[in-house]
Design a protein around this ligand. Structure first.
Ligand code: GLU
Length: 304
């Protein structure tokens, strides 16, 4: 029997004491306001009790973690059509890298780098009646939590300083890989990134990816085949140019965001979310990466 609470407590105590907790993202000014010492972990087990520690119930900006949910929505609506407009290869580059996009004629490497998520945002705008509202409703439904919201201040803050994303969207538009207006697509994208969740809500949002497509209430949201593919892209592309390191150290499919959140899962076993806003130089939560490495090492639970 694994003593999950003792393991989470030990990880928390050990990492909390670290003086170096990484740097809070400041290129989105509103994110720079978050207290760097926040740290929480929530473990949601498919066939057992949950365990948690620290600031697990405090909401934070999920940022790029939303890219998995927007991709899942577009994939469930468009099936393999989505792969006409983007690829599924790791980029080996930072999340906001542009030169590869130019070199590869406006086809983003994968849906989890910014340019890929912007193409997905464009698809959802074409597919949904009320894109932002309908997407938020999808996130609420898959998480079985109707309280989940956008943070309008964070969305506005990113719109003011999102020069790199404007560049990516304009480049995509010039290659004919954006059907809608650049401003409309980025407004959707900035809103999806501004969604706030706490660690517990994040584990619920990702539950279907660990539970054969069904949410905690047993309702099917994705097919098994879709779950397989989304998890594969999380494993290979979920951590920007640190995806190899995450697979090597942690050994789980997962996704990070510059708000300091990381969510990861072991199919059939659990989803786990960590939050610590300080980032390492690759833009992933500094303590979150270490926490998950310690968790899979101490429990011997990983996909490998
Ligand atoms: N909204 C952020 C951006 O586009 C997301 C980046 C991230 O979380 O990796 O820069």
């Amino acid at each position: 029997m694994i003593d999950y609470q003792a393991i989470l407590d030990e990880i928390y105590q050990r990492l909390q004491q670290r003086v170096d907790k990484g740097e809070v993202a400041s290129y989105i000014p509103e994110l720079a306001q978050v207290a760097p010492e926040k740290f929480g972990i929530y473990l949601n087990r498919i066939k057992g009790d949950d365990f948690y520690v620290g600031d697990w119930d405090e909401p934070f900006s999920i940022q790029s973690i939303s890219k998995v949910l927007s991709f899942a929505k577009a994939f469930s609506l468009q099936k393999n059509q989505v792969f006409k407009r983007l690829d599924v290869e790791p980029s080996g580059n930072p999340f906001n890298h542009l030169s590869l996009l130019e070199l590869e004629n406006g086809i983003p490497r994968n849906p989890f780098i910014n340019s890929g998520a912007i193409v997905i945002a464009d698809m959802l705008i074409s597919l949904l009646d009320n894109p932002k509202e309908d997407f938020l409703q999808f996130v609420r439904d898959i998480s079985n939590d109707q309280t989940i919201q956008f943070n309008k201040k964070v969305a506005a803050s990113e719109a003011e300083t999102g020069y790199n994303n404007y560049a990516a969207a304009n480049l995509l538009k010039s290659f004919g890989n954006l059907k809608n207006d650049v401003d409309e697509v980025l407004d959707f994208y900035f809103h999806q990134c501004s969604i706030e969740m706490n660690c517990k809500q994040l584990t619920k949002a990702f539950y279907p990816f660990a539970n054969r497509g069904k949410c905690m209430q047993g309702k099917p949201h994705l097919t098994l085949n879709q779950v397989k593919r989304v998890n594969a892209i999380m494993l290979t592309c979920g951590f920007y140019d640190e995806a190899g390191e995450f697979a090597f150290e942690v050994g789980l499919p997962g996704k990070s965001g510059v708000g300091g959140g990381i969510v990861a899962l072991l199919p059939g076993e659990f989803t786990i979310a960590c939050w610590s806003p300080g980032l390492n130089e690759k833009g992933n939560s500094y303590l979150g990466m270490h926490a998950l490495e310690l968790f899979t090492t101490k429990t011997n639970l990983s996909i490998f």
